[in-house]
Write a protein that binds this ligand. Structure first.
Ligand SMILES: Cc1cc2nc3c(=O)[nH]c(=O)nc-3n(C[C@H](O)[C@H](O)[C@H](O)COP(=O)(O)OP(=O)(O)OC[C@H]3O[C@@H](n4cnc5c(N)ncnc54)[C@H](O)[C@@H]3O)c2cc1C
Ligand code: FES
Length: 279
């Protein structure tokens, strides 16, 4: 487990924007680096940071960098409101505040020797990108690896160039919601991609991130295929404020998503999923 980068977890650290790239019509990839160049950016795949756009506010955003890069961080941000719009508008050289990393992250240490299925819906691919990098960089430690990734439309797929590279090393399957003129792949839901997938149910772990309904359907599909719920891991989102388990904003039954999550084994949350809304 990596240690929080800051002594005071409530104090944003000064960072500066290195690159702002429009990933697709809705999303911006922001690469940032610490102003203090001796500061190392350490984190686990699946953790998140609080990004502070000065004058607007602070929001939780998942880390989506290649974990082997220690001097910068990248985030993919969808502009949905005040703070995310301000972050997406930042230009190279602009300052921002960064707190973190927070949360537990994916249980990478428990996956050694196992087959791994990574299921992503839409922006859910963001916290799973460091997982794919980790699996590729430690390829011999894992069995078969499949990435099943669904998107509303072909142009909304993230990380297109990398997907082409990843296809050479792992099983990558893509699907879009509805038929589209510029798409010759399958259409339907992420769960449809499990067809013909060879699954060793006793030796497979699954990681799922996406909209809550997609998580629910995908996890249930994996259970149907015989994978035990404790080996199905999901990443959840809720509105957040402190990110350190103090304010209660991300309360999810007895858990705080910021501290006890955002990654949970499916059996621990299945009863509450879709029922407990944002505070
Ligand atoms: C652990 C975690 C990781 C996240 N990672 C990413 C990421 O990598 N990239 C990214 O673009 N977003 C991510 N989000 C969602 C992001 O934090 C919200 O979109 C953001 O807080 C919205 O703030 P705003 O001020 O821009 O919009 P607001 O004006 O606050 O809200 C605009 C709309 O977005 C909705 N919204 C607010 N908060 C959330 C939320 N937490 N999840 C979903 N919808 C929300 C609101 O209900 C409203 O409809 C993550 C959230 C969490 C909890
Ligand atoms: S955000 Fe404050 S308790 Fe989780």
């Amino acid at each position: 487990m990596t240690e929080p980068a800051l002594n005071d977890p409530m104090l944003p650290m000064p960072f500066v924007v290195v690159e702002n790239i429009k990933n697709n019509p809705d999303c911006t990839l922001l690469a940032v680096r610490p102003v203090d160049s001796s500061h190392l950016c350490l984190y686990k795949p699946g953790q998140f940071f609080m990004l502070y756009a000065f004058g607007y506010g602070e929001v939780p955003i998942s880390i989506n960098s290649d974990p082997s890069l220690k001097h910068s961080l990248t985030f993919t941000i969808r502009d949905v409101g005040g703070v995310t719009a301000a972050l997406c508008a930042l230009e190279p050289g602009d300052p921002l505040g960064v707190r973190g990393p927070f949360g537990n992250g994916w249980p990478m240490e428990d996956l050694a020797g196992r087959d791994v299925i990574v299921m992503a819906g839409g922006l859910g691919c963001v916290p799973l990108r460091p997982v794919v990098y980790h699996l590729l960089q430690n390829r011999k430690d894992y069995g078969r690896v499949s990435l099943l990734y669904g998107s509303r439309k072909p142009e909304a797929f993230l990380f297109n160039k990398e997907l082409q590279i990843w296809k050479r090393h792992i099983d990558v399957r893509l699907i879009v919601d509805d038929p589209a003129p510029n798409w010759d792949g399958p259409f339907g839901h992420t769960t449809d991609l499990v067809k013909n997938l060879e699954i060793d149910k006793d030796n497979t772990s699954v990681m799922i991130c996406g909209p809550e309904i997609m998580i629910n359907l995908s996890a249930d599909k994996m259970l149907e295929l015989g994978i035990p719920p404790q080996h199905v891991h999901i990443s959840m989102e809720r509105n957040m404020k402190c990110a350190i388990g103090q304010c209660g904003r991300c309360q999810f039954g007895p858990d705080f998503i910021c501290k006890d999550g955002p990654v949970f084994a499916y059996d621990k949350v299945v009863e509450r999923l879709l029922d407990i809304k944002e505070v």
